[in-house]
Design a protein around this ligand. Structure first.
Ligand code: SAM
Length: 286
């Protein structure tokens, strides 16, 4: 990259790449990939094929789970010396459930600029087509592989009212569905498979039905699971007695003040107007 047309020297660019369909890469992503000094890739072979499809040839360094500490230091040193680097991970947005997370933290700690070139992300792609509530959601990535830790994580999520998004490998899917059914009972689930690929499929069903389905069919391909949150009623009786504290607790969970007032009124079996009067009376009394 010559000094004249350099995008920004010494910056780490997180470049989102397709999660299946090669055409899902932005013009800006291709521009950055063709302008940086070098590319750090989780899988240099796969990324080499993608880049050669777009006529881009660049020096590669590998950066993955098993060399991320030593290689992260090496990349950060080169960035500090003024080179620019694009990080691409196996697929999708770097740093989302992949080792990109570590190099971003390292660069931030060393004051190295990081810039994200947005694009495909399997979690958001699945959520958008899940037909489940999308306004409030929680992304949990992969569940812990250890049985005890996985069950503890699921128990912690049992009263989560936001839509839950999980990544899962095909050979662990049956086990995860069984564990979810035991921990949460039956719920709506959208099983999103092979997104953006030829065999893209979304199965909108319930966890119990999904357990039955995979007793007869072996899971194949890449999966994102989108699961309905717990019913609001399950936690409604746990609200703070003080009306303002109740509203604040819902705002702390991410609701706007208006939505928090509506939800608190509903949980107390009051109309919005009646609950609003209680809030006003309380603030005037203070
Ligand atoms: N950074 C990536 C992103 O932005 O989505 C995720 C990386 S994570 C290591 C890989 C997991 O993402 C897979 O195991 C699968 O759960 C999910 N995934 C990636 N591509 C997918 C696709 N085309 N369809 C369904 N799930 C996919």
């Amino acid at each position: 990259m010559t000094e004249k047309n350099k995008t920004v020297g010494g910056t780490l660019y997180l470049v989102a790449t397709p999660i299946g369909n090669r055409a899902d890469i932005s013009e800006r992503a291709l521009k950055v990939l063709s302008e940086v000094d070098f590319i750090a890739a989780e899988d240099t072979r796969n990324s080499g094929l993608l880049l050669s499809h777009y006529g881009i040839s660049k020096p590669f360094v590998s950066y993955h789970e098993h060399n991320k500490y030593e290689r992260g230091e090496h990349i950060a040193n080169r960035l500090e010396s003024g080179e620019s680097c694009a990080l691409i991970t196996d697929a999708g947005t770097p740093a989302i459930s992949d080792p990109g997370e570590d190099i971003v933290a390292l660069c931030a700690a060393r004051g190295i600029p990081v810039s994200s070139i947005p694009g495909a992300c399997a979690a958001v792609t699945a959520l958008s087509m899940s037909a489940l509530p999308t306004r409030r959601f929680v992304f949990e990535g992969f569940l812990p592989p250890d049985k005890g830790e996985r069950r503890r994580r699921l128990a912690l999520l049992a009263n989560e009212t936001r839509t839950v998004i999980l990544y899962e490998a095909p050979h662990k899917l049956k086990r995860t569905l069984g564990d979810m059914l035991s921990a949460w009972g039956d719920r709506r689930i959208s099983i999103c498979r092979e997104l953006t690929k030829l065999n893209e499929e979304v199965i909108r069903t319930t966890i119990a039905e999904a357990v039955r389905l995979y007793e007869e069919n072996d899971p194949r391909g890449e999966y994102v699971l989108v699961i309905d949150g717990a019913a609001e009623a399950a936690t409604a009786d746990e609200y703070p007695e003080d009306p303002e504290a109740h509203v604040q607790s819902l705002m702390d969970e991410g609701l706007s003040r208006m939505d928090a007032i509506k939800a608190a009124a509903k949980a107390r079996g009051l109309s919005k107007g009646a609950f609003y009067k209680q809030l006003l009376a309380e603030s005037e009394a203070e």
